[in-house]
Design a protein. Structure first.
Length: 233
């Protein structure tokens, strides 16, 4: 368990440093062009997240996200006690990653964000972004295709930067971490509760959909359809 918590802390720290650091770099490299800044931020996050999951996945499952851990507990793959340990490791890791990103770019180690993001559109976007993320992860895991998750998660998050108005935080821990950097990727503390609430709603919706679509873990369409076709032939 100590190794797993360490993996969740380190992975969450690198995730926050990746998201915030690439946002700072994008803001400095492409001043005045928000579209290019977002593209740079999204691309770095997508490929970096893929690599981070590969590093820590064999140890802790590479959750880096309280909603993912809670969903895993709801499906019985993680105990609630283990999930209770994962969540603070993820939050502390993301806050540490924000500080690390600030320091790497010679910004104040801690600067509270002033970027207000709490709108209805952003809330709906976070519900969709979080639900989609869980559908990607657990549809693969519950159908025996878990090895494809690192690439799929990176691809989904990269795309969700653009198809959601919130730029897809989809993670309460990273939402808290991003409060500590008044930069391109930051979020004002006053906006964070609405984002976290929307993410939790998205998580609950995803769990319900997954239970309906994938009621039997490890069973995919080929496992059911192919034997039936063979019997009929």
């Amino acid at each position: 368990m100590t190794r797993r918590l360490a993996a969740e802390f380190l992975g969450s720290m690198l995730l926050a440093a990746l998201v915030i650091g690439s946002g700072i770099a994008a803001q400095r490299l492409s001043p005045g062009d928000v579209g290019v800044q977002l593209l740079e931020n999204a691309a770095a996050t997508a490929v970096g997240l893929y690599a981070i999951i590969l590093i820590f996945g064999p140890i802790s499952g590479a959750h880096f996200n309280p909603v993912v851990s809670l969903a895993d507990a709801a499906f019985g793959e993680l105990t609630w006690r283990e999930a209770a340990g994962y969540v603070p490791a993820q939050v502390i890791g993301c806050v540490s990653g924000a500080v690390l990103a600030n320091v790497m770019f010679e910004a104040p180690a801690v600067s509270i964000s002033t970027t207000e993001r709490a709108t209805v559109a952003h809330g709906v976007s976070e519900v969709v972004a979080t639900a989609g993320l869980l559908l990607v992860i657990f549809s693969l895991v519950r159908s025996g295709r878990g090895e494809r998750a690192p690439a799929a998660v990176g691809a989904y998050i990269g795309a969700a930067y653009f198809f959601t108005s919130s730029t897809s935080f989809a993670n309460p821990a990273i939402t808290i971490g991003r409060m500590f950097s008044d930069t391109f990727a930051g979020i004002a503390p006053s906006s964070a509760p609405a984002f976290i609430a929307a993410q939790l709603v998205g998580g609950v919706l995803a769990i319900a959909v997954l239970r309906a679509l994938y009621p039997n873990p490890g069973t995919n369409a080929e496992d059911v359809v192919l034997p039936q076709l063979k019997e009929q032939s």
